[in-house]
Design a binder for this molecule. Structure first.
Ligand code: NAP
Length: 499
């Protein structure tokens, strides 16, 4: 099978105009996964042109028909779940059960958004004047630019592509440079499902120049971006200057709060799963545990013990608990934070080093790391590390714990373990994150509810599911239909009676 892949523009598979390519590798083994186009501004312009030409016809295609294509795509993804999941493990590294979950999320989102084809609810409200209708409908925006990260290479694109399509937009997608082959396989499925040429276009390449060119193109009406805060802020500034709509889903510094009355075994399970699942490379990963004094020592011991016994390796092997990090830079960054933590006076309980024994030397592995006695102002407790690194902080009470939780510049996900219903409700009232779990870890959202965060995690939009995703990909048009046959003036002719 050829490892050479192409861009998808105007319904054709084409190389970069420059002829340049780059390679994608398995982060566990170094195996070559594919050779893909290294697109530049010209390729992006071609893709945007195709999307702009396809828009008129696509927006006039009835939404239920658009939705049928989504439905078919979801069915195809489900049928190829195992194959896609294995490719996902090979290109991105997460263990196979999680990779299959990543793929399943695209099935869920496809089905959910296919249902929207027969809803896409507008508003119909009474008019203040007789013989007049007042209503509002959702219009698509036009060409939307989608820029995605590598950590959920199928799920996150599906959160954006399916709603954008069902709403009647056309798309240019720039996936992450670390997972381009998965993006190509995803687009192939939409092509097979019957998407007309130009409606979805794919350009693989680097953030600069490909992503930047997409942001800058005046024909692109919206940038839907998921990724780091650093790049997200940069894009927000550019979009503001261009008067362009932008939806940002950025990083997290998520905490699990464990109160004295919690079920310690349950909390430990949730912490290990949320901190070390996907090797800590989830935006919702737990990187802080905030614990009250009565349970601190027991919990810290259990977490350290479990973390020390996690088995690192190739995610395709059933014996592997934790896969590799995405690339060399990621491992270097996690290790830098281990050094920072030690320098700040945190107590290293376990890990804190590269994992290079035997086969692991071929990939980008880092030992699951746990620090205790971390204080809220330490960089370990404030900054997104995006790897298998967990900090344990102590709080005096539930109020103190909530205050510590809310004190970081991210507000994505949080969790509270308690057996006291009053404390659970207090947390539900006061925790300032976009997602909150009670007696479950910080990961595992479902597509029928909004996904996104407060403070630095985004700019107030919600993607990933739930009705609010439609707000990102449509704009409102209010329509008044006056069938009175005479001039009627709103706010002025207030005494008019039905004739
Ligand atoms: P990233 O470095 O910000 O990259 C995200 C995307 O932006 C990639 O496709 C990247 O291309 C592109 N890009 C880079 N520079 C650009 C520029 N100047 N203009 C336009 N596009 C540009 O993030 P990442 O490392 O892929 O992903 C990890 C981050 O995503 C973490 O912070 C994580 O928390 C966050 N995340 C958030 C959510 C959420 O829903 N809140 C979900 C998943 C992940 P290259 O790949 O070529 O650099």
């Amino acid at each position: 099978m050829s490892l050479h892949y192409l861009n998808y523009i105007d319904g054709e598979w084409v190389p970069a105009t420059s002829g340049k390519t780059f390679e994608s590798f398995n982060p566990a083994t170094g195996e070559l996964i594919g050779v893909v186009p290294e697109s530049d501004a010209q390729d992006v312009a071609n893709a945007v042109g195709a999307a702009a030409r396809a828009f008129e016809k696509w927006r006039k295609t009835p939404a239920p028909h658009r939705a049928e294509i989504l439905h078919t795509a979801a069915d195809l993804i489900r049928a190829r779940k195992q194959q896609l999941g294995e490719l996902l493990t090979r290109e991105m590294g997460k263990v196979l059960p999680e990779a299959l979950g990543d793929v399943q999320e695209a099935v869920d989102m496809g089905m959910y958004m296919a249902g929207e084809g027969r809803r896409l609810n507008g508003l119909l409200v009474p008019s203040e004047l007789p013989n007049k209708w007042a209503m509002a409908v959702r219009d698509p925006l036009g060409v939307v630019g989608i820029i995605t990260p590598w950590n959920f290479p199928i799920a996150v694109p599906s959160w954006k592509i399916f709603p954008a399509l069902v709403c009647g937009n056309t798309i240019v997608w720039k996936p992450a440079e670390d997972t381009p082959v998965l993006a190509i396989e995803f687009v192939k499925i939409l092509e097979e499902a019957g998407l007309p040429p130009g409606v979805l276009n794919l350009v693989t390449g680097y953030g600069v120049p490909a992503g930047e060119a997409l942001v800058q193109d005046p024909r692109v009406k919206l940038i839907s971006f998921t990724g780091s805060n650093e790049i997200g802020k940069l894009i927000a500034v550019q979009c503001a200057q261009l008067g362009k709509r932008v939806s940002l889903e950025l990083g997290g510094k998520n905490a699990i709060i464990v109160l004295d009355d919690a079920d310690v075994d349950l909390a430990t399970d949730g912490i290990i799963w949320s901190a070390f699942g996907t090797s800590g490379q989830r935006c919702t990963a737990t990187s802080r545990v905030i614990v009250t004094p009565g349970i601190h020592t027991t919990l810290a011991e259990r977490i350290a013990n479990r973390a020390a016994h996690l088995r690192l390796g190739n995610g395709l092997l059933p014996t592997t608990d934790v896969g590799p990090l995405i690339n060399k830079n990621a491992v270097t960054k996690v290790h830098a934070y281990s050094e920072i933590g030690k320098g700040e006076g945190a107590q290293l309980l376990v890990g804190g080093d590269y994992a290079t024994e035997g086969e692991l030397a071929r990939g980008h592995f880092y030992k699951p790391t746990v620090f205790d006695n971390v204080t809220p102002k330490m960089r370990l407790a404030q900054e997104e590390i995006f790897g298998p690194s967990l900090s344990i902080l102590r709080a005096n009470s539930i109020d103190d714990a909530i205050q510590i939780n809310n004190s970081v510049n991210f507000g994505l996900s949080a969790s509270v373990y308690t057996s006291n219903v009053n404390q659970a409700f207090e947390a539900m009232r006061d925790i300032a994150t976009g997602i909150l779990y009670i007696n479950a870890g910080t990961i595992g959202s479902e597509v029928q509810l909004p996904f996104g965060g407060t403070r630095g995690t985004g700019n107030g939009h919600r993607e990933g599911g739930g009705p609010p995703v439609l707000e990102v990909f449509t704009e409102w048009k209010s329509i008044y239909v006056d069938y009175s046959g005479r001039l009627q003036r709103a706010q002025i002719d207030t005494d008019i009676l039905v004739s």
